[in-house]
Unconditional design. Sequence first.
Length: 648
Amino acid sequence: MPPRVWLLALLLISASSHAELRLTLEGEALKPNERQASQDLLDEALAALPPRLTQQLDRRVKIRWRHMPAEVYGRSGRFSGIELNASLLPRLTDGTAASTSTQRPHGNVRRELLATVLHELTHLYDRARLWSTPERNHFLRCRRRADSLGLIGLPDTCRGQTERRFTLSDDPRLLDLAGWPQYVGRRGAREQHNGQVARSPDNYELSNPREFVAVNLEYFLLDPSYACRRPSLARYFREHFNWAPDSQQACADSYTYLNAGSDFTRQPLGRLDPERVYQVDFLLAEANDAWVSRWGHSMLRLVICAEGRPRGPDCRLDLDQHLVLSYRAFVGDVQLSSWDGLTGAYPSRLFVLPLAQVIDEYTKVELRSLASVPLQLTREQLEQLVIRAAEQHWSYDGDYYFISNNCAVETLKLLRSGSRHPRLQALDSILPNGLLETLAGRGLADRSVLDDPREALRLGYRFDSYRDRYQAMFEVLQQRLPIEQPRVEDWLEQAASVRRPWLAKADLRASAALLLLEQAALRRQLLLAQDELKQRYLTGRAAQDPSLNKAGVALEQILANSGFLSRPAELLEGGYGLPQASEWQRLEAQSHERQQQLRQLSNDLDQEVRNLLEPARLAELEANEDNLKLLSEHLRALHKASGGLQLP
């Protein structure tokens, strides 16, 4: 090769190796001090950008000051550059723009201008493509078509036809984290509504994925606490750029959550440490005959080790530490309407509940068994899932649809975005029991733990419905008393007055069995009373009777005031993402105050609620309670007569 050709090639290689973003300030009319202040701002912006971005965004970007509405800091100009609001230039020049202001999201006007430059440069980077002209034109046509149709992501006809090398807002992983996940049951399509509306740094991020990327990169680059507030997104940007700002602060090892347990005497505020989570189980409440639960209910169980216990199988015995993540429809009134459930009238929120309460709720009250099946996740996948759950707990407030966005769909979306497990991405199921079957079929859930029923019960992989226990107790009665009913359900459906004559005829063992069954009958009456309350309150009969107002008000206020347990962002003003140490004191005070209000309201309701019941229901409830008193007295007498002998 001739020497002159070699020299030209070396020059081209050298030029390309040093190619990078250049910001050029335009405006010959600028005064020297205005030009210097502007250039300092641009130099700071360039210094804040990730090296990969400045290298790949190889172009000259013109910056100019231009008159625009007062509320606008800047925008991408029609001249393929960036325009900044000229009314802010005097404050930038004399230094007053750097004065701290609590009204400014980034702290002051100068930081807002800096964020604006970074925001618009992110848009340019997000649109940058190393394509041939035909490829670029094809993508732009697809993008315009998607925008005209109001779609998130590209139309199906465009998928796979373009190579997107340096984009962020079209990345499936980013869309999952940003709140536009893949539709479950509609492969490839993205949800159009973003449910991550709580604790947002700027609601503008929710308008579309491109603005989401630009807003969040502002905070990733400028806010030292961003990685602590939005750890999953910070990790995404860090991996994409292979770089992180030097200013990032150290984060706490645990995450704040609100326990939505029904014990209003306890402080609900807690800390969740991913290091203490030994396993995550898919927790399935098996189906029953109720129309809203005929396919079961899917949840996630966090197997958390007691403080100081090393992670291992023994942590499964620390049941008092375990938490359950349960997506449920938050019903802010007393009606559970099938039509509202189909049309998405209920908010879908991530409840954090104590395992013991969930076990009682399903096995004792609803008489449904629970299956707890370990998910096959790596340590990294497990911890990222726990972190993602904490983020969703504070940010998510979606719409609950019994068919298309139910507990199974929400759980699957959390598993996808949290664990990043590749085999979850193409997995689809809209039914809770079907989701468990699919997870097991793909090798993502270990159902073998249920093969031996006795071992499953002993080790806490299964929690049986109390229906089987009640049936066993009923069989004890059948052996000792001439009872004609064939099933325990038939026995419990009788009026309490019909069951009462048998109480005095029972021996010690039969009386113990009757006590358990009468407790079951009382739970059944309470469920029926609860349903009756909903119907009576809904029809307005309670409001028409002045004597019932106090109970009605207590019930309404409990529903209104308990929302913070599923939407904890209500307790904080300002800030975004996961709460930080500086917000703990306010959280503690606010949650304690709300919990005390709920405790008082609950006491008021307990005292007044019977006024809302129909006379027949109230009479049956009181008769059931009388049966329990008689049985307790009968058991004490039998026990004393037997000389304190234990039951056989």
